[in-house]
Design a binder for this molecule. Structure first.
Ligand SMILES: Cc1cc2nc3c(=O)[nH]c(=O)nc-3n(C[C@H](O)[C@H](O)[C@H](O)COP(=O)(O)OP(=O)(O)OC[C@H]3O[C@@H](n4cnc5c(N)ncnc54)[C@H](O)[C@@H]3O)c2cc1C
Length: 455
């Protein structure tokens, strides 16, 4: 629903990664007073590469991490640059920078820094400042506006600062807190075990026998880059029915082997797989994904993380009992991220200003329950609640705020890359056959206003 009211709120945004930056822009555009808290010295979130990981717990067992970014040195984007940009700020090639369609991670950091400069966002950001606590000032009462106590600590400061905000937007990302499998003997295994969160370069694994657990994006990337350095790489996957692309890579490298899941780890260094085979390994790298974690957030149980389901959240964004005063940007996975974050940010901004209203608490809860039920019917485990992989969902979401639907060329380019990666895992970032779709993209309003000399 749309109304004419326009109220300005004091809003705290936590995180200056892609989600926090676009939220800052949208909220300020809507007339709110915004403070962005960023624990790091610079914007970028995951894209701010952190080479030093020595002080991090290798398995990330602690609730409070020392390193945010899980990006490794060689990482290149898995999606082409054309589909990644915010709707009014295309991710184009710039002189003297990485011109590839699937550039290295630094290129995305530069894009985000450009975004920040172009829209003058830096002045809203308090760098080196960690939010340690967010809690309600009063218990929520119907018809009464909620307010939030935010306690933060600047790196060099002795004391925490305590402030009150009308609203809090959580944009802290969810690719930092390692998610680990539970394997018999894991605690007793005395050799090296780590999560991909702290994997940076292949050199420390020279001549080692390495087990890489998990064959999704990081597992594949890390496995492939270790083949030139490690003695043997043993990829342990949930299913041996892997993609054509991965099969081809495995058959190309004599030191890369595929195994089923691990059954148990043994004190003598043996790793026993569920099919009864075993190897003796030097290192195990768990590429088993990440968990949602909000160690600073105290909602008196109104939002919880249960087996990686953050909830209850209406449309993955608002906890019905605390909406719109508390919101989350960037929770969904397996979407074209940046435009989706942008639509979330717009919706939050307009709800806070009173321009739009949410459905009733009952309706929101009902919608969440229906969503959970539909996932159960589809056999999707709870920990994949926020894995959406669904363009229609983005369009439905966009309709709430009159945000444009994802352009057909974005969808098509995305699908074409997924198909290519499935078949040509080791080459899809450099060899593709989508020039027609690319031309369509360049002619679309997203790019066309930049002029032909841009490409
Ligand atoms: C290995 C890897 C590869 C990826 N590849 C791709 C890809 O190819 N394409 C793609 O679209 N996405 C990719 N992603 C996903 C990536 O996380 C998103 O692109 C994007 O960074 C999410 O943005 P965000 O702002 O939500 O979170 P983040 O980028 O994680 O930003 C969160 C920010 O919050 C800050 N923060 C956290 N807690 C606090 C606190 N308590 N106080 C203050 N500040 C805090 C952090 O320092 C950080 O700056 C990849 C992720 C990983 C790990």
């Amino acid at each position: 629903m749309v109304s004419e009211r326009n109220l300005s709120k004091n809003v705290c945004i936590i995180g200056a990664g892609p989600s926090g930056l676009v939220a800052a822009r949208e909220l300020r555009k809507e007339g709110h007073n915004v403070v962005v808290f960023e624990q790091n010295h610079e914007v970028g979130g995951q894209w701010l590469y952190q080479p030093k990981v020595e002080h991090e717990d290798p398995l990330g067992s602690s609730n409070v991490l020392k390193v945010h970014s899980s990006i490794y040195a060689s990482l290149r984007l898995t999606s082409p640059r054309e589909i990644m940009g915010f709707t009014d700020f295309p991710f184009v090639v710039k002189k003297g920078r990485d011109p590839r369609r699937f550039p290295g991670h630094k290129e995305l950091l530069l894009y985000l820094q450009d975004f920040c400069e172009y829209f003058g966002l830096r002045e809203m950001i308090r760098f080196n400042t960690t939010v340690e606590y967010v809690g309600m000032l009063d218990y929520p009462e119907f018809g009464k506006d909620l307010r939030w106590i935010v306690k933060s600590k600047e790196k060099e400061a002795e004391e925490r600062v305590e402030e009150v905000f009308d609203a809090v937007v959580v944009a802290t990302g969810h690719y930092s807190q390692p998610r680990l499998p539970s394997i018999k003997g894991m605690d007793a295994w005395r050799r090296k075990q780590m999560h991909s969160h702290i994997y940076r370069v292949p050199e420390p694994f020279r001549n080692e026998v390495v087990v890489v657990v998990g064959n999704s994006l990081s597992g594949q990337d890390i496995g492939m880059e270790l083949v030139d350095v490690a003695k043997e790489i043993h990829l342990s996957a949930k299913s041996l029915d892997v993609s054509e692309g991965l099969s081809k890579v495995i058959s190309k490298h004599q030191n890369l082997h595929l195994h089923p899941q691990i059954d148990s780890l043994h004190e003598d260094g043996r790793v026993l797989f569920v099919d009864g085979t075993s190897i003796v390994a030097d290192t195990i790298i768990y590429c088993t994904g990440y968990s949602y974690s909000f160690p600073f957030l105290d909602t008196k149980g109104m939002v919880i993380v249960d087996d990686d389901r953050v909830g209850p959240l209406y449309e993955h964004t608002f906890p019905p009992s605390l909406a719109p005063s508390l919101s989350f940007v960037g929770i969904p996975r397996k979407l074209i991220g940046f435009p989706f974050f942008e639509s979330q940010a717009k919706w939050i901004a307009q709800l806070l200003s009173g321009k739009r209203t949410l459905p009733s608490w009952d309706e929101m809860m009902q919608s969440i329950k229906e969503f959970y039920r539909s996932r159960e019917v589809d056999g999707i485990p709870k920990h994949n609640t926020h894995d959406l992989a669904n363009f229609e969902y983005c369009d439905k979401y966009a309709d709430y705020i009159g945000f444009p639907h994802l352009e057909e060329w974005r969808k098509e380019l995305c699908l074409s890359v997924l198909r290519n990666a499935d078949i040509n895992l080791d080459t899809y970032r450099d060899s593709y056959d989508d020039s027609e779709m690319l031309q369509e993209a360049y002619q679309s309003p997203h790019f066309a206003h930049l002029g032909p000399e841009t490409f």
